[in-house]
Design a protein around this ligand. Structure first.
Ligand code: SAH
Ligand code: MG
Length: 216
């Protein structure tokens, strides 16, 4: 079953602030619907303002599972003031630092999806260290440095259940394509080389892998 999201969900996705283009969003949604049939939660690393979380939440609702989304909500390196992907509206006016949690909460509330999502607010490796239950899907879309991407891979890929899916965003096999670098591409290669994951599909910079054996 790869039913497309309802028009109002797609509209909410397209209206939300964020970085995921519609073709990749549809691929994410369809992977999430499929993985949800395992009856286990779906987890995202990198909530930002909730754009991709809308699609995970909609798939979670259809599957009767919960979507979890991890972010410290202080922004990645390239989203900080003065950098290419900075959005001044994401700055908390009182503190003068980024805080994307309010925008995320508004996005999910408006989409009517609040009850299908649990937001885990904190640093990804710190949350991964206390996590100990299997997941139907892990979607890695957090920090783009090698430090962050490797930690996300090492912290979360091992929780993907057998038959479940590991999704990696911003995979750029050609170094010329993207100035935020190739760390996501490197963890994608690690996942394939581990032998535990096999590639299911590629849409834009989104890669969908399936766990075929235990191992990592
Ligand atoms: N999935 C979002 C985009 C995520 S942008 C969308 O579809 O629009 C990447 C996010 O990862 C940022 O919000 C940033 O705060 C978060 N992030 C980066 N490194 C992190 C870390 N180590 N722990 C938790 N969140 C992190
Ligand atoms: Mg991304």
């Amino acid at each position: 079953m790869t039913a497309a999201p309802q028009p109002e969900i797609l509209a909410a996705f397209e209206a939300a602030k964020g970085f995921m283009p519609p073709d990749e969003g549809l691929a994410l949604h369809s992977a999430a619907l499929e993985a949800g049939r395992l009856g286990l939660p779906l987890l995202e690393v990198g909530t930002y303002c909730g754009r991709s979380a809308i699609l995970l939440a909609d798939a979670a609702r259809a599957a009767g599972v919960t979507a979890l989304t991890v972010d410290h909500h202080r922004g990645s390196e390239e989203q900080q003031p003065g950098w290419e992907y900075h959005d001044p509206d994401t700055v908390d006016p009182e503190l003068g630092v980024m805080d994307t949690l309010p925008a995320f909460r508004r996005t999910l509330y408006r989409a009517g999806l609040e009850e299908h999502v649990v937001a885990l607010v904190g640093r990804s490796p710190q949350i991964a260290r206390v996590w100990n239950s299997p997941l139907a899907l892990v979607f890695i879309d957090g920090g783009h440095t090698d430090e962050h991407a490797s930690a996300d891979y090492e912290g979360w890929a091992r929780h993907v259940a057998e038959g479940g899916l590991l999704l990696i965003h911003d995979v750029h096999p050609d170094p010329k394509d993207e100035f935020t670098g190739q760390a996501p591409y490197r963890i994608y290669l690690r996942a394939l080389r581990s032998g535990a994951f096999t590639e299911v599909s590629a849409t834009g910079t989104l890669r969908v892998l399936r766990r075929v054996s235990a191992g990592i």
